[in-house]
Structures are given as structure tokens and as C-alpha cells.
Write a protein that binds this ligand. Structure first.
Ligand SMILES: *Cc1c(COP(=O)(O)O)cnc(C)c1O
Length: 406
């Protein structure tokens, strides 16, 4: 560990927190305001409208919370099911399991569909679990869009169709913490009743601001829900008063940052943001394919179509010291990447490629990781960096270079 300054920047390639644009940092470096200042309300309204636009919903109300993604999870659990009631959690990996455990800790019952390592949600198992629930005890389906540990993105439209085929009234809840502003998502068109997210991933803000978007059916379910709650209660938060919206003082500086970040996303164009993520993910995937020719590394996500545009999980041979690899990458080559979580701990590492990211940053990250792999004696074949260069050279996205008139 060193506290001395490094020359240049250390590249942050965890899948959250992600690098924060200067515009967002600057927007946050303002003095707080008194609670009655109309500028507070204007900032909140801009964030609510911007999130609705990004989520592509006309119908939903947005409730923001001064909390991380786990806080948004808790808000959903407390509002959509009462203690003793059940929810279905389709297995996607570490994040679906953590959400399921949090749900059980709060006294709700969880029905799980099995997680198949390296694969997205098994929609047939979802349909069967709902068909088996003849009494409609299951109140909601808690779906992780991109599982940030496995690097797998599941098909939300297929999951919606599975619920419909089972003719089950459960609410469809989508966790888009790791996918929003990276992969396409359209709440209303997908028939999602509740979407939840957090500030520190595709939204390019510091951690600490979570949100839920709640449609009329989900809000009605919350109104009927007898579970005792206060801080997380959507019904209590539905108000024009900022003090009610946030159940207390609004996290003003985080909201200033989010307003600026949403402005950057719309300035670039949401489609251009998605295209840029696909391009950069393609470069990382090309690099991993190149490295895998050395015989040691591979993709955790088995189906190329379900590989996330936000984060790539790379498997290592048994016995590999992943922590040592990450330390060499971070301290010697200035690339901070993530380990694998939960059941994947020690079996891989993850490169985040979401948020405020461009081709030069991706090439720097891949080059730094490759150097660390070489130092650690992990075979990388003929290398991945050259493959990433080839990918970027062949995939030109003009919109991504006109951003902010740079
Ligand atoms: C990061 C993440 C979370 C948890 O967010 P925190 O802010 O760390 O609490 C939940 N779901 C997904 C899919 C995530 O990627």
C-alpha cells in the first residue's frame, strides 16, 4: 500500500465504482442549500425526469434513496412483499443469491431457480416455478439483468414471456444496477413493474444514491402491503416535498452529480452510449479470446450472446493467486480491476468496462492487465492487446468521439 502520488492516473476498471467525469465532480463541488431553496427541488426533478427518460418509462414514479444498491434492494423487498410472503429469484450468480439472502433475512420466503454457472437465467425454470405456484403465493420475480460477478446478462424479454406464459400475476422486478446506461433497457416496453439501480456504475457517479422506478401496479401492491415500514415506504415518499421524497434531507451533492451525469448521457445520446459500450466490450472480449490461446485463461460466460457489455469475468487455472495478480496490475501497472465474488472467489478476475470509458482507456487497461499476467507467469498466447487493437480499428463509432465537443 502506498499513499504517495502516482504520476498520471490509475485506471479504474472495477465494475463499480467507475471513473467519474470531471463534469460530474465539478457539479458536486458546490455548497449545500437550505431545504426550502427551489434549486433543490429543481435538481431532484431533473434527476427524476432524467432517470425516467433513461429507463424509458412514462408510467413509473421514481423514488431515490440515499443508499447503495443494497438499499434499493431493501426498498423493493419491504414494499412488494410482506413477511411470510414469497418471491421468486431466478439464479444468475452471486448477486441474485445475495438479494435472495437479504430477502430471507427480512422474513420473506424465497423460491429459487437454479443458477447454471456461466449461463443466463433459465427461463423455462422460471415458467415452471410460477406454474407450480397455483395459489399465487409468489408476489414478485426479482431478476438481476447483468450479474456483475459472472459477467452474464440475462434476457429480460424472455423472462417476461415466461411469466406471461405461466399466467402468473407476480410483479416483474429488474435490477439494472450494472446494466443501466450500458446495455439497452426499456422499462415499459419490457413490461417491467419495478426497476432499481445505483449511482456508481453506468451512471458515473460516486456510490451512495440508489433509486427505484415503480409503476402503478407495483405502487398499488405497496399500498396493499401491510408490512411495517417507514424509511423505505414508497407510499410515504410519494409527495411533492423533498423532505418527504427522501424521508429527510436529500443527498444534495449526489443529486447534483447525477443531474450532470444524466446530462452527459443525453448529450452523447443513449443509443451512442450503448454502442460505445458494445464497442469497448468487444475489444475486451477480443483480448480475452487472444489470451485464452495461451491455454490458461477463458471466459466465464459461455454464450457469447450473453456476455455483458459492462464487465467481463475471466477464469484462471486452479491455484492461481488472483489477489497477487490484481496487486501487480494495480500497484505496478496502475490498472485496478476486480476479483470474482462468492462461489467464483479465487477462480477468476473481472475487468469493468462501463461508464466514462473510451478506446484509449480500454487499451491501457488491457495492456496493463496483460503486463501483470506476464509478470505472474500466466501464459497469454500471442497476447490480447493486439486483438483489442484490431477490434477497435475495425469498429468505428463516430458518435462516441464527438462527445462534449472534445
Ligand atoms: C453492484 C450491484 C449491486 C449492489 O450494489 P451496492 O451499491 O454495492 O450495494 C446490486 N446488484 C447488481 C447487479 C450490482 O452490480
Amino acid at each position: 500500500m502506498t499513499s504517495t502520488r502516482i504520476p498520471g492516473r490509475r485506471f479504474l476498471h472495477s465494475p463499480g465504482p467507475t471513473p467519474i467525469p470531471d463534469e460530474v465532480l465539478h457539479a458536486m463541488s458546490r455548497q449545500p442549500m437550505d431545504l426550502g431553496d427551489p434549486r433543490v427541488d429543481a435538481t431532484i426533478a431533473a434527476c427524476e425526469h432524467g432517470l425516467k427518460r433513461l429507463l424509458q418509462t412514462e408510467d413509473a414514479d421514481v423514488f431515490m434513496v440515499a443508499a447503495n444498491g443494497h438499499g434499493a434492494w431493501e426498498a423493493v423487498i419491504e414494499n412488494v412483499a410482506a413477511p411470510g410472503e414469497a418471491v421468486l429469484v431466478p439464479g444468475t450468480g452471486h448477486f441474485s443469491e445475495q438479494w435472495a439472502l437479504q430477502t430471507e433475512a427480512l422474513g420473506r420466503r424465497v423460491v429459487r431457480t437454479p443458477w447454471i454457472e456461466g449461463w443466463p437465467i433459465d427461463v423455462e425454470a422460471v415458467e415452471q416455478a410460477l406454474r407450480d405456484d397455483k395459489a399465487h403465493a409468489i408476489k414478485a420475480v426479482f431478476t438481476v439483468h447483468t450479474d456483475t460477478s459472472s459477467g452474464v446478462t440475462s434476457d429480460l424479454a424472455a423472462t417476461r414471456r415466461a411469466i406471461d406464459r405461466a399466467h402468473h400475476p407476480a410483479l416483474f422486478v429488474a435490477d439494472v444496477v450494472a446494466s443501466l446506461a450500458a446495455a439497452p433497457f426499456a422499462m415499459d416496453a419490457l413490461g417491467v413493474d419495478v426497476a432499481l439501480g445505483a449511482s456508481q456504475k453506468g451512471l458515473m457517479c460516486p456510490p451512495g444514491l440508489g433509486f427505484v422506478a415503480v409503476n402503478a401496479a407495483a405502487f398499488a401492491a405497496a399500498q396493499r402491503n401491510p408490512a411495517p415500514r417507514f424509511y423505505w415506504d414508497w407510499v410515504r415518499r410519494k409527495s411533492e416535498l423533498s423532505y418527504r421524497k427522501f424521508c429527510g434531507t436529500a443527498p444534495q451533492n449526489l443529486l447534483m452529480g447525477l443531474e450532470a451525469a444524466l446530462g452527459l448521457i443525453f448529450e452523447e445520446g443513449v443509443d451512442a452510449v450503448h454502442a460505445r459500450h458494445a464497442q469497448l466490450a468487444g475489444a475486451v472480449h477480443a483480448a480475452v479470446a487472444g489470451w485464452s490461446e495461451g491455454g490458461a485463461l477463458g471466459f466465464f460466460a459461455q454464450d457469447p450472446a450473453s456476455r455483458s457489455v459492462s464487465v467481463t469475468t475471466i477464469t484462471v487455472p486452479p491455484g492461481t493467486d488472483v489477489d497477487a495478480l490484481r496487486t501487480v496490475a494495480r500497484e505496478r501497472f496502475q490498472v485496478a480491476m476486480a476479483g470474482a465474488l462468492g462461489p467464483l472467489t479465487g477462480r477468476g478476475f473481472r475487468i469493468g468496462h462501463l461508464g466514462d470509458c473510451n478506446p484509449a482507456m480500454i487499451l491501457g487497461a488491457i495492456g496493463g492487465v496483460e503486463a501483470a499476467l506476464v509478470v505472474q507467469g500466466i501464459p497469454v498466447g500471442a497476447g490480447g492487446t493486439a486483438c483489442a487493437v484490431q477490434h477497435l480499428a475495425a469498429n468505428y463509432i463516430p458518435a462516441s468521439i464527438t462527445r462534449r465537443g472534445a
